[in-house]
Design a protein around this ligand. Structure first.
Ligand code: DP6
Length: 337
């Protein structure tokens, strides 16, 4: 009997990672994966995660289980259990006669995974779209975002293109502007290290919430930061948005530095790139860096400043790969299934 005999459906989806310029960091509810801080993110057009899923009924007396492979490596069930449980709940509501099914997903990205480049955002967004499409569900955007959030809260943003907001306490994200809103905006992603990080952002968030004396201050400060950021984005004013972007990532990291044991994702080269940005800003360039739970540095600037910035990066950091990204669109399905 062919292994496709029990096939319910298959689909391949492609999603961009979503870079937070105002950070989600900390959970209001760990079980439901609800964010405690509001965030604002941008889809990165030049980076992609491709996820192919097969859904099938289990063959009789088989002990098959859901399996997820990233770059051909089988992942731990624990990381995906919550997402799959939520997917099954959705199936029970929409199609109670479906019966049991098991999922196999194979995912790969054209950028390093689990390294602070938002691969969980693009990964769960692509997984949510591929699974619901294999089930032939056409979910409203908000429901797709809510499903992706149960895998990773940043993934709630990655189910949209353009500029996306995820509020504190929210179960889904909202698109603020699409990918055509600010055509001159560029995000330079500097890869400091390829290796997967040792501590996941989830574990780091838990530790920070448990014992950083700055955690509550971070949450109330990030709520103040978001409205000003939205106003600067509406005005397409990078000189106003930049200081808020910087404040968000540096205050997020202050909760990590002050937790016990301290969490230090930065590497010497991360700091060297931050210092270069500072130097170029003093010389009049309108460029603003940010970082996530990993050593990589992302720099926002306008198109006209890219050549000079790249010249400096190539001169000082010839060994570091980088991507020049535009603002990307929403996830999409591949036609090859
Ligand atoms: C620093 O979305 O990976 O990148 O919800 O626990 O899966 P979980 O966390 P995740 O955290 C992302 C944190 C961040 C900031 C951001 O993307 O907003």
């Amino acid at each position: 009997m062919s292994k496709l005999d029990n096939l319910i459906g298959q689909a391949t989806a492609i999603a961009h990672p979503n870079l937070a310029i105002i950070k989600y960091w900390g959970k209001e509810n760990e079980l439901k994966n609800i964010p405690a801080s509001p965030s604002l993110g941008i889809a990165l057009n030049e980076l992609h995660t491709v996820t192919k899923v097969y859904l099938k009924h289990p063959s009789s007396n088989s002990e098959e289980t859901d399996r997820v492979f990233i770059d051909e490596k089988l992942q731990s069930d624990r990381r995906f259990a919550n997402f799959f449980a939520n997917l099954r709940e959705l199936v029970d509501k929409r199609n109670p006669k479906m019966g049991k099914f098991i999922i196999t997903a194979c995912s790969s990205s054209d950028f390093p995974s689990s390294a602070g480049l938002a691969s969980s955002a693009s990964g769960f967004a692509a997984l949510a779209l591929a699974c619901t499409s294999a089930l032939k569900f056409e979910l409203p955007a908000k429901q797709l975002s809510a499903l992706a959030r149960t895998g990773s809260a940043s993934a709630a943003r990655s189910t949209f293109g353009g500029f996306v907001r995820l509020d504190s306490g929210a179960i889904y994200a909202n698109q603020i502007y699409d990918e055509n809103w600010w055509p001159e905006l560029r995000i330079i992603v500097v890869e400091i290290e390829k290796e997967a990080k040792e501590l996941s952002s989830r574990a780091a968030m838990e530790r920070v919430k448990m014992n950083s004396p700055f955690y509550q201050a971070w949450i109330s400060d990030s709520k103040k930061n978001i409205d000003k950021s939205l106003a600067a984005l509406e005005a397409k004013n990078l000189s106003a948005l930049g200081p808020l972007i910087r404040r968000s990532y540096l205050r997020m990291f202050s909760t990590m530095f002050s937790s016990y044991p301290p969490i230090i994702y930065w590497k010497p080269a991360s700091l060297a790139v931050i210092i270069l940005c500072e130097k170029l800003r003093s010389a009049g360039l309108n460029i603003w860096e940010t970082m996530d739970a990993g050593p990589q540095v992302k720099i926002l600037c306008l198109e006209k400043e890219v050549p000079l910035l790249i010249e400096h990066l190539k001169t000082q950091f010839s060994h570091l790969p980088f991507w020049i990204c535009k603002v990307g669109g929403p996830p999409y399905l591949s036609n090859n299934d």
